[in-house]
Design a protein around this ligand. Structure first.
Ligand SMILES: [Zn+2]
Length: 331
């Protein structure tokens, strides 16, 4: 059995933290506990939106330790209460990762790419599992080689590291066209960004700048264009400068893939005014979140999100000062 020295563990935790764009000092210990959330019995769920065949694919989960800095204007006690109100565990913040495959108008489209087993928890009390997308895609009968188009919402590790092989940065989907929001591409690939970022966030920007601009199959798209027939980008900045949702329309039915606009609905939909540390511009993120959710309600769309409770699909309604998500249960 291979053994790992404590120094190796510390180093790998530090590298993981660096890849997440976090400070090394947060990563000096190995994870102290095992994962509490079992994988879903079936790691995919298929449903129709008009003629579109959508498949939710489970990639993993971040069991995030409570941290007073998570929201600038909500306490850990308030966070726990909001999780309990939604029927979720309060032992940690459950942040599942789901990606979506859409088959529409003859095209097979992957929406975000998960964490590729390359994002690890930086806090010893947290657990970060990712990279289950490929196996679950195959279990769903989807051949990853047949993916023609990949839409990327934003360049955070849990959404793009699944595009890169672990040690080489080689492309996982060399033949797919990767369509990204132009504002996101521009912000992350600006060489002057590195020196403007805090030191802990530089490794993520460096990895992006080393790889993405050299790939010939990356297409930045401005604004809210229809990126593939039946799917549009919806600008929802704040979480990151170019963060975008994806809007699917087929026949009389619509689905908003909200990505990270409302990342954990028990917290960010129920309390849209909570300002999260992972929202780069929390005020803009709140504006985008409310606008997106109001549109989903007005147009009676289904909604899903990257970090919604598995399988990530639900309906949203106004609920007092906030919004309530009713999730569709997976069998
Ligand atoms: Zn995310």
């Amino acid at each position: 059995m291979p053994t790992t020295s404590r120094r190796d563990v510390i180093l790998s935790a530090a590298v993981a933290a660096a890849s997440l764009g976090l400070d090394k000092s947060l990563a000096i210990a190995a994870p102290a506990r095992g994962r509490k959330t079992p994988d879903p019995t079936k790691g995919f769920l298929r449903y129709k939106v008009g003629d579109a065949e959508c498949t939710a694919v489970y990639d993993g989960i971040w069991e995030k330790a409570h941290d007073p800095a998570f929201f600038s204007n909500a306490t850990v006690a308030e966070t726990k209460r909001a999780l309990a109100d939604a029927g979720l565990t309060t032992a940690f913040v459950p942040i599942p990762i789901t990606v979506f495959v859409v088959k529409l108008n003859g095209k097979l489209v992957l929406c975000d790419a998960g964490g590729g087993n390359q994002v690890q928890a930086f806090n010893p009390e947290s657990v970060f599992v990712s990279g289950k997308m490929m196996a679950n895609m195959r279990a769903a009968g989807i051949d990853p080689k047949k993916i023609e188009t990949i839409l990327i919402s934003h360049f955070h590790p849990d959404h793009i590291f699944g595009l890169l092989k672990k040690n080489t940065n080689a492309p996982v989907f060399p033949n797919a066209e990767i369509i990204v929001p132009a504002a996101e591409y521009k912000w992350w690939t600006d060489p002057s960004l590195i020196t403007r970022l805090p030191a802990g966030r530089r490794p993520l920007a460096r990895r992006i700048q080393t790889v993405i601009p050299n790939w010939k199959n990356v297409l930045p798209v401005e604004g809210e264009d229809e990126v593939v027939p039946g799917i549009r980008f919806v600008s929802a900045p704040g979480h990151t400068p170019g963060h975008s949702a994806f809007h699917i329309s087929s026949g009389n039915e619509q689905l908003m893939i909200s990505n990270d606009a409302t990342y954990v609905p028990a917290l960010c939909a129920a309390h849209p005014g909570w300002h999260g540390v992972f929202d780069q511009n929390a005020v803009a993120a709140e504006t985008s979140r409310r606008k997106l959710l109001d549109r989903v309600i007005a147009d009676k769309m289904m909604i899903c999100g990257s970090h919604f409770p598995w399988p990530g699909l639900g309906k949203i309604a106004s609920d007092g000062a906030g919004y309530a998500l009713t999730t569709v249960q997976s069998t």
